[in-house]
Design a protein around this ligand. Structure first.
Ligand code: HEC
Length: 111
């Protein structure tokens, strides 16, 4: 009897390979990190919490807005790890967490 890999497993490997090869962020994992580390200020969908904006006296742009999405991945990573303006650096994130969150931010892009 021949032992071929099951079609399901092959498909799974094919889908996973770009992520493994390129080291790109995983948006699904990023969503969980975002919910824990970012949503308190930026809202579930990146819309920004009005109360936080008022408290910090800033305008929170939608993270899916053209202005935010125009930033490169490197710029977004920098905002997350080094902070920007009134935003403090996010603590306790590994490089992989940051890459995943950036991948998630890309899914918020407004059309
Ligand atoms: C304590 C509240 C708070 C948390 C938590 C927070 N941010 Fe922010 N973030 C802000 C504020 C306030 C600004 C606007 C800073 C300014 O303009 O002075 C901002 C700005 C940004 C920007 C730039 C937006 C722009 O308009 O250029 C990005 C991107 C961003 N945050 C991503 C994240 C991500 C990703 C996380 C989670 C890892 C996160 N933030 C966690 C408060 C927060």
């Amino acid at each position: 009897m021949k032992r071929w890999m099951s079609p399901g497993l092959t498909l799974l490997l094919l889908l996973a390979s770009p992520v493994l090869l390129l080291g790109a962020g995983d948006a699904t994992a990023g969503k969980a990190t975002y919910a824990k580390k970012c949503a308190t200020c930026h809202g579930k969908q990146g819309e920004g919490k009005a109360a936080i904006a008022k408290m910090l006296k800033v305008k929170l742009r939608h993270l899916g807005s053209k202005e935010v999405q125009a930033k490169s991945d490197a710029d977004l990573k920098k905002v997350i790890t080094a902070g920007s303006g009134k935003m403090k650096p996010a603590k306790g994130l590994t490089d992989a967490d940051v890459a995943n969150v950036v991948a998630y931010l890309r899914t918020l892009a407004q059309k």
